[in-house]
Design a binder for this molecule. Sequence first.
Ligand code: DGL
Length: 281
Amino acid sequence: MSLVHNAHLPIGVFDSGVGGLTVLNAIRQRLPNENLIYLGDTARVPYGTKSASSVTRYAEQAAKALIERKIKMLVIACNTASAVAIEPLQYLYPDIPVIGVVGPGAEASCDATQSQHIGVIATEGTVNNQAYQNAILKRLPSASVVAHPCSLFVALAEEGWHTGDLVKQIVETCLEPFKREDHSLIDTLVLGCTHFPALKNVIADVMGDAVSLVDSAETTANAVASRLEAGQLLNMKALKGDVQFLVTDGPTRFARVAQHFFSDPIPTSEIQLVDIQHFAH
Ligand code: DGL
């Protein structure tokens, strides 16, 4: 069957855990008719501190689990996995669009900047891999890009610590490098991690009005919509799409922590536990 006739199939979205629900939420808001399958690899989260080869293997296993369920598009919601595994996954699955969060986020930051000084915050893995830095410089070679890891924000976001004086102090301390004289010219900051949109208000407060924040969840949802439209893969049914949830560990914790990232409650009974570690390429 050609791709055009597969428009009714779901979009597969995967992340290292619960944070990718920010991307799922953005896709659901942008494309409410689409059916979605979300896989959170909660057994192996965090990806942000693991080696590129481990994350690539995990990403290939997550992708395979979704491909087996028949999807029309694969979205890598995890920034760390997008940074290291987009090319291997595009190579493995040439018949469907494979979209990561790094490209759309980088593009949006190039559109947003006036000063051509762009900051990126992400996990250690994403920063070290230089994926955002390279993607931005490819589009805007004259840009200056400064990236800093802010892994602590992942724990804050999962614990639901999104506001308050203590959170502000932590965010101020982590973002302090962007206030130093040599880096103070940035006018755009990319939130290059699934969890960071949950702390958007406090990050905006600390960075001030002169810095625009790029939420890679929103930009990815726009990229998903454009790719589906270009491939005539949009689901034209008037009904609201279904969302299916798969996790590799701890459905109860996933359901609890999900409330910080997803707009609707997710009952534990609707979360399926799956084993993906046996998949090999
Ligand atoms: N999903 C990861 C990312 O966007 C954050 C959590 C992790 O380290 O696994 O980079």
